[in-house]
Design a protein around this ligand. Structure first.
Ligand SMILES: NC(=O)c1ccc[n+]([C@@H]2O[C@H](COP(=O)([O-])OP(=O)(O)OC[C@H]3O[C@@H](n4cnc5c(N)ncnc54)[C@H](OP(=O)(O)O)[C@@H]3O)[C@@H](O)[C@H]2O)c1
Length: 305
């Protein structure tokens, strides 16, 4: 598995991150097989959130991997906090309490990365800074980042937060690529020119923040998987053609498309199927050409100006 530096940090991370949001669908033996398959593939970066399965996903993961100090050294653990029932909450009190809950469920003394999950309009950046300082001082969190934030929100945080923000987890797939599309259609009158994210793609590149694309196989907001869907015939034909050319599965090509971008992204997979997980990891070995990358973008129904 290829690795990249996470943001401006010196932490080497596998280019494919294993998302654990759906882990509560697995029985213990299946979960064990899943996490140990990931480790065998070199995919030792696991993405969690305090809300996944209401906390159950973190517990299932810790049990499945048999968490102890020796195992802990072999994995990189990221989790997120800030989403509560009916609200978002980046208060110092909530962040600190959430991290304590996460550490307990993951059976660990520290997180490698903590992300703020979804922008909280009532956020006081001073409070976030206070929470991050306390978590860092207590050695509970080593690196910090955000999720689903646009550049102005990150800049606002940075007015108080001292620690570098190393990652921004954002929804991005071949069929949900508005951050790429707006960059092609600068100053044009068409809908594709609409900037929905403050040009987050270029901002993250410029500021060395690793983009972690979430839901890389979904279209819409969890509407379904575009692979093998009859809603995307042209796209699937193109992906299948490339899969045959490289002798890999269509799943591999989907992640290879994201990995081809020079922003050096770290996609977060969501599959709980060990075969598909292996296919995802294989993407680390495939380097699509410029022509192939553009042909997939166009086959998804996009046009170039
Ligand atoms: N920051 C955020 O706001 C945010 C939001 C959502 C998710 N996330 C993170 O991103 C991760 C991925 O999200 P996701 O689960 O929606 O992503 P995904 O990888 O796009 O979707 C995975 C789902 O698609 C199914 N699937 C069907 N065919 C597939 C194929 N050929 N290849 C891969 N999957 C296939 C999987 O089923 P099988 O299990 O049967 O393969 C699984 O149910 C989550 O685990 C979580 O860590 C973050």
């Amino acid at each position: 598995m290829r690795t990249i530096k996470l943001g401006s940090s010196s932490l080497d991370v596998p280019v494919v991150a294993v998302g654990c949001m759906r882990m509560d669908a697995l029985e213990k033996p299946e979960a064990e097989r899943f996490v140990y398959t990931a480790l065998d593939e070199g995919a030792h970066f696991f993405d969690h959130a305090d809300i996944y399965g209401g906390g159950a996903c973190e517990e299932i993961f810790a049990d499945a991997i048999g968490m102890n100090s020796r195992v802990r050294e072999q994995v990189i653990l990221q989790s997120k906090c800030g989403i509560r029932e009916g609200m978002f909450d980046f208060s110092k009190k909530h962040i600190l309490a959430s991290v304590d809950g996460i550490l307990k469920r993951l059976k660990t003394e520290y997180l490698d990365v903590l992300l703020l999950h979804r922008p909280d309009s009532l956020m006081e950046p001073e409070e976030v800074a206070g929470a991050f300082d306390e978590l860092e001082r207590a050695s509970k969190v080593r690196h910090f980042g955000v999720s689903d934030q646009h550049p102005r929100q990150i800049e606002l945080l940075k007015t108080y937060v001292r620690q570098p923000l190393v990652a921004n987890q954002l929804q991005l797939s071949i069929t949900n690529a508005t951050m790429i599309t707006s960059g092609f259609n600068v100053n044009m009158e068409n809908d594709a020119a609409v900037d929905r994210d403050g040009y987050i793609l270029d901002y993250c590149r410029q500021h060395k923040i690793t983009i972690q694309p979430w839901s890389p196989f979904q279209y819409g907001f969890f509407e379904g998987v575009f692979l093998d869907s009859d809603k995307f015939p042209e796209l699937n034909a193109k992906i299948d053609e490339l899969a045959e050319h490289y002798g890999v599965s269509n799943t591999t090509i989907v992640l290879a498309w994201l990995l081809r971008h020079p922003a050096k992204m770290q996609p977060v997979t969501g599959t709980m199927n060990v075969g598909r997980l292996k296919d995802c990891c294989k993407a680390s070995e495939i380097h699509l050409s410029r022509e192939e990358w553009y042909s997939v973008y166009l086959a998804a129904g996009n046009t170039l100006p």
